[in-house]
Design a protein around this ligand. Structure first.
Ligand SMILES: [Zn+2]
Length: 398
C-alpha cells in the first residue's frame, strides 16, 4: 500500500472521528431541558423533530407504560434524543405513582448512558438508590456500567460491595460463599480490585497492589486474573517464591489459563536457579490437562533446556495427538534451523505460509458473545462481560 493511500485513509479516519465528535457534542449541548433529579441546574438540549419523535408525541394521551415503551424503542433504534425527551417529560410529572416514577427515572438514566451523558446518568441513579428502594439494585448495576466506562474503580468497588448481601460484606467473621447473582457481584469486585491493582503496580505501589489482589482473591477464589497479576507483582518485588506460588494456583483455578503463566514462571525459576523444577511442573501439567497451547509452551521451554532437536522430536510426537496450526508453524521453525541448504528454501516458504495463516486467525474467544481477537481481554469488548474470554483450543487455536 502506498504512502499516499495510507495518508488518505488516515485523513478520512480523522475526519470521520471529528464529525462523530461534533454530532455527540451537538446532542448534548442543545436547547430544551434535561431532567436530572432536581439537584443539578437544567441542561440545554435541542431535539430535532423526527418522524419517530412525532410518532411518540402521537401517543401523548396513551398510558404511562406505553410512553415508556415508546421511549425504550426509540433508544434501541439509536434515537436517543427522542427517548430522553419522552422519558424526561414523564419524569417531570408529579402525579405518577412511585413505582412508575422510579421506572421512568431508570429508563431516563439508561438514555443518558446511551447518549454518553454519564454525569447526568450517575446523578439520577444515585437518587434512585437513595429514594426508590424498588429500583435500588437495578440502579446500582447501571452505576457500575457508568463507573466502568469512566474507569472509576474505587467507586465501582463501593457500589459492587453494596450489591452483596450483609452476610457477604467485608469484615464478617464467617463469610459465606457467594452464589447466583452474588457470585456475579463477587466476580465484578475481584476484577475491579485487579484493575486498581494494575494501576498501582504500574505506579510502583507494589504493596498497595498486593493488598488489592489478596482482596480480589478473598472475593472470588477462582479469579485467575488476580493470581496472574499477583505473580507479576511478586516478581517485580523480587519475591520469586511467592510469585511461583501465585502463578501455580492458576492451574487449580482454571487450567485453560495455564499457558498465560508459563513465561513469567520461566523468569521466576530462572531467577531462582531452578529451571528443572519448571520442566517437571510443565510435564505434570501436560499429563493432567494436555492442550495445544501447553504443548507449544513446553516445546519452547525444551528449546532452551535441551536444544532444538529434542524440542522438535517432542513437538512432532505431540502434534499427532494435539494438532494445531501454531504448533505446525513452530515445528517448521525448529526444522528450519536444523535443515540443509537444499530444503531450507522450501521450509522457509512453508513457514511463511503457516505464519500468515496463524496471524490471520484469532487466538482468544469470548464464551459469552463469541467475540474473537488476538489478545486476552479481561473485559470483553463485545459484550462487556468480565472473565469470559479464553484461548481458543483445537486445530486453529494456540
Ligand atoms: Zn463477549
Amino acid at each position: 500500500m502506498s504512502d499516499l493511500v495510507i495518508f488518505g485513509l488516515f485523513f478520512a479516519a480523522v475526519a470521520i472521528g471529528w464529525m462523530l465528535g461534533q454530532r455527540q457534542r451537538n446532542s448534548a449541548d442543545a436547547s430544551g431541558q434535561y431532567f436530572t433529579g432536581g439537584k443539578r441546574k437544567p441542561h440545554q438540549l435541542v431535539i430535532p423533530p423526527t418522524d419517530s419523535f412525532a410518532e411518540a408525541l402521537a401517543v401523548d394521551d396513551g398510558s404511562t407504560q406505553s410512553r415508556i415503551a415508546m421511549g425504550v424503542q426509540m433508544r434501541r433504534r439509536g434515537e436517543v434524543d427522542g427517548a430522553v425527551r419522552i422519558h424526561q417529560d414523564l419524569a417531570m410529572r408529579t402525579s405518577l405513582p412511585t413505582d412508575e416514577a422510579a421506572q421512568v427515572r431508570l429508563e431516563l438514566a439508561r438514555d443518558f448512558i446511551s447518549a454518553g451523558l454519564l454525569d447526568r446518568a450517575e446523578e439520577l441513579l444515585l437518587q434512585l438508590v437513595e429514594e426508590f428502594p424498588g429500583q435500588r439494585e437495578a440502579a446500582r448495576r447501571h452505576l457500575l456500567e457508568v463507573y466502568e466506562i469512566e474507569r472509576d474503580w474505587r467507586r465501582a468497588i463501593d457500589v459492587a460491595t453494596d450489591l452483596l448481601p450483609r452476610k457477604l460484606q467485608p469484615g464478617r467473621r464467617t463469610p459465606a460463599i457467594p452464589t447466583g447473582r452474588n457470585q456475579r457481584a463477587a466476580l465484578l469486585l475481584a476484577h475491579y480490585c485487579c484493575e486498581l491493582a494494575e494501576e498501582q503496580r504500574l505506579a510502583g505501589q507494589l504493596e498497595v497492589a498486593r493488598k488489592l489482589l489478596l482482596s480480589a482473591l478473598s472475593r472470588d477464589k477462582q479469579c485467575v486474573r488476580a493470581s496472574i497479576l499477583l505473580g507479576q507483582v511478586e516478581y517485580d518485588d523480587g519475591r520469586y517464591r511467592h510469585a511461583v506460588q501465585a502463578l501455580r494456583r492458576v492451574r487449580i483455578q482454571d487450567s485453560a489459563y495455564l499457558p498465560e503463566t508459563i513465561e513469567l514462571l520461566r523468569k521466576c525459576y530462572a531467577a531462582l536457579g531452578e529451571p528443572a523444577v519448571l520442566r517437571d511442573y510443565l510435564a505434570e501439567c501436560l499429563a493432567a490437562c494436555p492442550t495445544a497451547a501447553l504443548v507449544a509452551a513446553v516445546a519452547d521451554d525444551m528449546v532452551q533446556a535441551e536444544g532444538r532437536d529434542a524440542a522438535g522430536v517432542f513437538l512432532a510426537a505431540q502434534l499427532q495427538d494435539y494438532p494445531s496450526l501454531p504448533g505446525l508453524s513452530q515445528l517448521i521453525g525448529l526444522q528450519l534451523g536444523a535443515s540443509d541448504a537444499s530444503s531450507r528454501e522450501d521450509l522457509a516458504v512453508l513457514q511463511n505460509l503457516t505464519q500468515r495463516l496463524v496471524a490471520a486467525r484469532p487466538t482468544y474467544r469470548c464464551g459469552h458473545c463469541g467475540f474473537a481477537g488476538k489478545h486476552l481481554h479481561w473485559n470483553c469488548p463485545g459484550c462487556r462481560h468480565w472473565g469470559s474470554i479464553k484461548a481458543i483450543e483445537g486445530p486453529g487455536g494456540p
